[in-house]
Structures are given as structure tokens and as C-alpha cells.
Design a protein around this ligand. Sequence first.
Ligand code: NAD
Length: 390
Amino acid sequence: MPKQILILGAGYAGLVCALETRKRLTDDDVVVTLVNKHTYHQLITQLHETAAGARSDRSVRIPLEKVLRGKDVELVKGTVQRIVPAEKQVILDGGRTLAYDYLVVALGSEAEYFGVPGMREHAFILKSVNQARLIRSHIESCFARYMYERRSSLLRFVVGGAGFSGIELVGELADALPKLAAEAGIDYSLVELYNVEAMPGILPGFDPDLADAAQESLKSRGVRFLTSTPIVKVEPGAVYLKNDTVLETETVVWTGGVRGNQIVVDAGFATEPRGRAKVDQYLQSVNTRDTYMLGDCAIVIGENGRPLPPTAQIAWQMGTSAADSLYHDIRGGVKTAFHPVIQGTLASLGRKDAVGKVGRSMKLHGRIASLAKEAGNYRYLAKIGSVFKP
Ligand code: NAD
């Protein structure tokens, strides 16, 4: 009797796990079912481009039917409501129940609001194509409304958080806003783009030289940085900063951090305080051995003793590692511990600039870094067999 492998989430980790599992195991071994909220895979590493209008929605939404064609993976469109590990069942919206022998949870992360009042209610976040579309159309409407309302808050854009997500979005906006202003016939000197960060510098924890290079590049394109300045409250039309400044704005995008998925916490899997599942060296939940936890759902400690960042390159490597382990669960043999290979860490700063490290120590910035980032995107598309010009 084939074993039922149920994979939740067709993001970077879940999709690669499904494809790699089917490469290793036959129909006699397994039935592989992949559950996803949408019928498409989202290239979330490029959403900042979509939010600023630099890339179409279509190009960051890859139809799963296309990627899975001929791969013997059953796709179920549905939203996971609950996992019941004791019964080896997953409940979807509408009450549909799926059973499993092995579960792979790759449901991604959620925004972490750190309890900042009003942030959840009044700020945009950038974790899906639909949210990117909302940001883009909102920004366009701010320019359109300014023509009638003439309120400066319509032309003031605030990105909260200067981690990689915040900096990449600010970079795209720094390129896009001048064009939107020109189209609307608005003098660009009236437009203000703020990046507000609680820590003393941008890209905290990243190479200081590269963080400085990023800041200089963005400043030269008009970005206003407020560092050592936590956001303490958001209300409709205003952002309150710890230094008692109030920025009147219609647009706050929150990139202040991520936490694990609440479904994982609610199911009773062992988690750390930010909701990420505790896993062993094979990425199996430490308290539920038939379940693998991949991508942003899990916390994995790297060689330096610190948690690995929740990035796409680590997520898809986890997908491959879990597929190897599932092979050994079913066919026997010795499993191999998960050892990520970090190819590089690059942050784009708009269309033509980027900063980052490639390999262990090569620092790049400028056009070459931008091309290296683009090459990484294509490498991933090749991995899932979906190289096409977006
Ligand atoms: P993050 O946690 O890395 O950064 C969030 C930033 O928000 C921090 O600098 C934090 O100090 C700041 N912040 C928190 N509360 C604040 C407040 N009240 N006011 C102002 N600032 C506040 O989150 P992220 O940028 O979404 O990144 C999440 C993970 O994903 C990271 O590990 C990152 O490395 C990774 N990532 C990587 C890439 C890439 O490789 N290109 C792109 C995006 C994200």
C-alpha cells in the first residue's frame, strides 16, 4: 500500500519537496498531495518589484498546474484550517479532511507586529501577490487623489523596518515614485519617502560596509532614513514615532519582522516563542516524528549558533533535504542531516543596484550585484523547471 505524503503549502519549500519526492519515489511507494491556498506558486522574493509596479502580477505568479504537469503530484486547492497530529489529519476550509502517513508543513510565516498599536489594522504588509497589488494600486490612487485633495500626507510614503524586506521595497519605490509623480504632473520635490528603523543602522546584522553602501545609494535617490526611531503607534493618516514625531501619511508598509505560522502553534507542535517549529537535524518536528517542518515555519540553528534566516534559498534546500529523508523513511537506509549551502545574500536596491555577499566573503554592490541577484532568481526557476521570461 503506498504511503500518503501530504505537503501543506506550495511555496519555495513545499513545492520543491513535492517535486523532489516524486523524483525519488514511485507510485508503489507514495501518493504525494500538495495543498495550497491558490492555484499558483508565488515568487515572494520579487514582490517588492510588483508592489512598486516594476513587475507584473503575472510574472510573480506561476501556475502550479504548469509546474506539476506530468509529475504525479495531486494538487488540492484549499486553505488549511487545522492540523490534528493525534489523528494524522488536516482540516481544510469547507471542512474537507485529508489523512496522511507523513506530513510536510511548509505554510510560511506571518507578519510580526510586536504589539505596536494600530499596525495590524492600518499598515500594508507585503507577503503575497494580492497584497503587492493592493500596495501598488493604493500608491497610484494617492497620486490621483492629490490632484484633487492637495494633502501632503498623500505624497508621504512610510516603510517601517529597514531589514532586507524594507530596504528592497524602499529601493523599488525610490525608482518608481519619480515616474508616478511625472505621470501625474506633480513636482517630485513634493514627494517624501521615509524608511523608519528602530535600530541605529539599516540592515541590522548585515555587513556594515554594504549597509553603508546601500544607505548612500538610497539617500542619493531621495530616501529619508529615520534610524534609532521605533514606530510606536499607527492611526489612520498618521504614524507615531518614539521621538514624539508624527508623520502624517496615507501609506505605511510594515516590514518589521516575521514570526512562525499560528496553525503550527495551535496544532501543538513544539515551537519557540516566535512560533517557529523546533526541528531535529532532519527537519522533523521534535515532538511529532511523522512531520517535517520546512521554510519559515521552522527554526534551524546555523553553524554560527544563530537561527538561519527565513530565506527562499534555505527554504528550497529544506524541501530537497526533506525529500531525501522521506525516501529513507519509506525505503530504509540512513538519513542525512540538513546542511544548507548559502550561495549568497543579496538585497536589491531598485532596478539597477543591489548590495550583497556571494560565497563566503565576496562583497558586491552596484550593477554586478543586481545581476547576481537576477541570476539567483533564474537558478530557482530552473530548479522547479519553470524558466521562462517573466
Ligand atoms: P527583519 O526582522 O529582518 O527586519 C525587520 C526590521 O524592522 C528590523 O531591522 C527591526 O529592527 C525593524 N523594526 C522592528 N520593529 C520596529 C519598529 N517598531 N519601528 C521601526 N522598526 C522596527 O524582517 P524582514 O526584513 O522582513 O526579513 C525577514 C527575513 O527574511 C530576514 O531573515 C531576512 O534576511 C530575510 N529576507 C531576505 C531577503 C534577501 O535575501 N534578499 C529579502 C527579504 C527578506
